[in-house]
Design a protein around this ligand. Structure first.
Ligand SMILES: *Cc1c(COP(=O)(O)O)cnc(C)c1O
Length: 536
């Protein structure tokens, strides 16, 4: 058994900790002056293309970690934010957290833990408004984004508002819409591939409420959406026009934003304290964590929790058939030069370039921005980079990885239902299987990233021993997403479809516009949306 050795942080009085000072530097060493939290959140990406990281990672004592369990989740989150140093008034942080983690979640514990046996714990990160783990960050970041914009305006550092432009393959778009709706200083437009998302995903977006939201279908696939958005972001003349005519600049609020990562650190610290409070873990005992990984944000958050002093031992990185991260952790070479992009039952992990890995490598090199800049240049030019031996050793010290193929993923859903009467979504199933393959003596916490009812079609396949991608029987294929979920609920005995998903067939469709994915079309649709907002 490994021991986790972190020097505890204590302030002089040993009492409640004051707000820490902290600023943000970047992973490639391009930013001259470290910036405050609010600026890091508003900027998203640092100048020079690097990612923001805090100058200091705060450390908590074991007592401080365990005490968190006595607080409601929102206050746990506020405490972690204050430990990291956020340049917003403490009272504002408290209020924003109360809004982010309140009755918009369907469980007052926010992310409850279900234990399958004495040593296997599932952290349910999908009790938010869109039933996917993106809510954990996207109920929080938008509020801090909006409050940061307000404060920077007051300080005279900002003179415009923002339009968030998101290209989505399904889940992120909905979570972003729900997070940004009705906030001041910001509006949001989401583009999805028309005909390329599930019925549930389509309805989740097309029925979105809110006064500052907009949704377009785009003729084409997700790649077309993403390329279109990229081109719009790169159009300087358009940016100029938006600013002068609407007082708005574009932002993406995507998963490399530090403001999306920090809320994820919170739930790992919180989960440890909860396991101890519930008598499932002895205070100080090591815990392994297994995360279904795509962009590397979620597992990176667990690493930061470990650095804060949470007794996390191994971090298990679970991949689907897109196994670039598993190969990297096992070999030290990150290679996408000759790697096909595979469609899987866990689409939110279908990824080739995991942007948050950059932060992880920055930490594992002992914060060496030159090394990071070199590797990222290699990745761009050769679609491949290899880390040095010391860094690879550091990777192996913290991480182990495994990939799970599509058939194994579906088999695992059935197996866990039969064995534990618990219904996993395909992403969590990948993590469960990887955890079983990798685990040692320590108890394991599995990050569960979606409710099964977001992926009812593949859960249906799993329950019926069907192959991945096999066409559903005609009468099942004819059902709406809600109808299919009802069927799966009846067959599995799990009548726990979240209300936000169960009611979708009955909600009015608000957005029907379908546009071409050209720069011109997206830009003119953007202007129409902003003009309509200006007229309100
Ligand atoms: C986004 C997502 C993931 C991957 O998380 P990363 O932080 O990108 O690694 C896994 N599962 C689900 C359901 C997701 O939506």
């Amino acid at each position: 058994m490994r021991t986790v050795n972190n020097p505890p942080f204590r302030n002089a009085e040993g009492g409640a900790k004051p707000m820490q000072e902290n600023r943000y530097i970047d992973t490639r060493g391009c930013v001259d002056q470290p910036v405050e939290f609010t600026e890091a959140v508003i900027n998203g990406l640092a100048d020079g293309g690097g990612l923001y990281v805090p100058q200091h990672i705060p450390e908590l004592t074991l007592d401080e970690i365990c005490e968190l369990a006595q607080l409601p989740y929102a206050q746990r989150a506020a405490r972690i934010y204050k430990a990291f140093g956020v340049d917003l008034p403490a009272q504002v942080i408290d209020e924003l957290m109360a809004q982010a983690y309140g009755d918009n979640f369907d469980d007052e514990r926010i992310c409850p833990i279900t234990s399958l046996d004495a040593d296997t714990h599932v952290l349910e990160l999908w009790h938010g408004p869109t039933s996917a783990f993106k809510d954990m960050a996207l109920q929080c970041l938008p509020r801090f984004f909006s409050a940061s914009a307000a404060q920077l305006r007051e300080q005279g550092k900002l003179d415009h508002d923002f339009l968030i432009l998101v290209a989505t393959s399904g889940d992120t778009g909905k979570a972003a819409l729900e997070g940004f709706r009705d906030l001041p200083h910001v509006s949001i437009s989401v583009m999805y591939p028309d005909g390329g998302v599930s019925d549930i995903q389509y309805r989740q977006m097309a029925t979105q409420r809110g006064s500052n939201v907009n949704v377009w279908g785009v003729r084409g696939n997700f790649d077309d959406c993403q390329t279109g958005a990229k081109n719009v972001f790169g159009d300087a003349a358009f940016a100029e026009k938006l600013l002068s005519e609407h007082g708005v600049s574009l932002s993406s609020a995507n998963s490399i934003n530090w403001g999306r990562l920090l809320p994820q650190v919170v739930y790992y610290v919180s989960a440890y304290s909860q396991l101890v409070a519930d008598g499932k873990l002895t205070a100080g005992a090591p815990l392994d964590v297994c995360v279904p990984t795509g962009n590397f944000g979620n597992i990176l958050a667990a690493y930061y929790a470990k650095r804060m002093g949470v007794p996390i031992d191994m971090l298990y990185c679970a991949s689907n058939e897109n196994r670039v991260l598993t190969d990297f952790i096992n070999t030290g070479t990150y290679d996408v030069s000759d790697r096909p992009f595979v469609l899987t039952p866990s689409p939110s992990m279908d990824i080739l370039v995991s942007s948050n890995l950059e932060r992880q490598l920055f930490e594992l090199t002992g914060r060496n921005p030159e090394a990071i800049a070199d590797w990222m240049a290699d990745l761009k030019q050769q679609r491949c980079f290899r880390v040095d031996e010391d860094t690879f050793k550091a990777v192996r010290e913290h991480f182990a990885a495994d990939s799970v193929d599509n058939a194994e993923c579906l088999r695992t859903i059935k197996e866990v239902l039969d064995k534990h009467d618990y219904l996993l979504d395909p992403h969590t199933a990948v993590a469960y299987r990887a955890a079983q393959n990798l685990r040692g003596e320590n108890p394991v916490l599995i990050a569960s990233t979606a409710h099964w009812a977001k992926f009812g079609n593949n859960v249906y396949r799993a329950l019926h021993d069907m192959q991945p991608g096999q066409p559903l029987p005609e009468n099942v294929a004819a059902l709406s997403g809600c109808g299919l979920n009802d069927l799966v609920a009846d067959e599995s005995g799990h009548h726990d479809v979240p209300r936000g998903l169960a009611e979708l067939d009955g909600l009015p469709i608000k957005f029907t516009e379908v546009i071409d994915g050209t720069t011109e079309d997206i830009e003119s649709a953007t202007e129409r949306f902003l003009a309509a907002l200006d007229n309100e």
